[in-house]
Design a protein around this ligand. Structure first.
Ligand SMILES: [Cu+2]
Length: 162
């Protein structure tokens, strides 16, 4: 009997130490997740049809994974493209040129260009898409919507800082 109690105590010690280790692992995991930067971007919708993003400037840290949640509460379709710094007009001109491309809709109105770092699909009214990416170098990265006729108004800056 005495032996059994001793075993029991050892068993409980084992259980406790396992629980403590598990909770450390859980805390570690939660901290890891907090390292992601969740950024909200939205099409302006009040009043509808403004062809603008609700945010003119969003900030992020260089080298930290970004989760960009793009929501479209507007009545128009929109997409979102992240561009290399200083290439807004260049990519915008390519977007304008897509008006004569019969495949444009199929391509979600995303032109082909090495200056486009990331892009979403064409998002319907009420829809959303999350883009996941990391930007290593600090800079001002243009964000534009390339739905025909939108980019001149519908643009913002993703400011990446060290
Ligand atoms: Cu748009």
């Amino acid at each position: 009997m005495k032996n059994m109690i001793k075993n029991n105590t050892q068993y409980m010690k084992y259980i406790y130490s396992t629980l403590i280790l598990l909770s450390f692992a859980w805390i570690g995991d939660a901290e890891e997740k907090n390292k992601n930067q969740v950024i909200q971007l939205s099409a302006k919708a009040d009043p509808p049809g403004q062809m603008k993003f609700a945010q003119a400037l969003i900030k992020a840290k260089a080298g930290v994974p970004i989760e960009l949640i793009f929501k479209n509460p507007d009545l128009l379709q929109h997409n979102v493209l992240i561009l290399k710094p200083g290439t807004k007009d260049k990519v915008g001109a390519l977007a304008d040129a897509m008006l004569t491309d019969p495949e444009a809709l199929k391509k979600n109105y995303v032109p082909t260009s090495p200056d486009i770092l990331h892009s979403s699909k064409l998002i319907n009214p009420g829809g959303s898409e999350t883009l996941k990416f990391t930007i290593k170098k600090a800079g001002d990265y243009p964000i534009i919507c390339t739905f025909p006729g939108h980019w001149r108004l519908m643009n913002a800056i993703l400011k990446v800082e060290n």
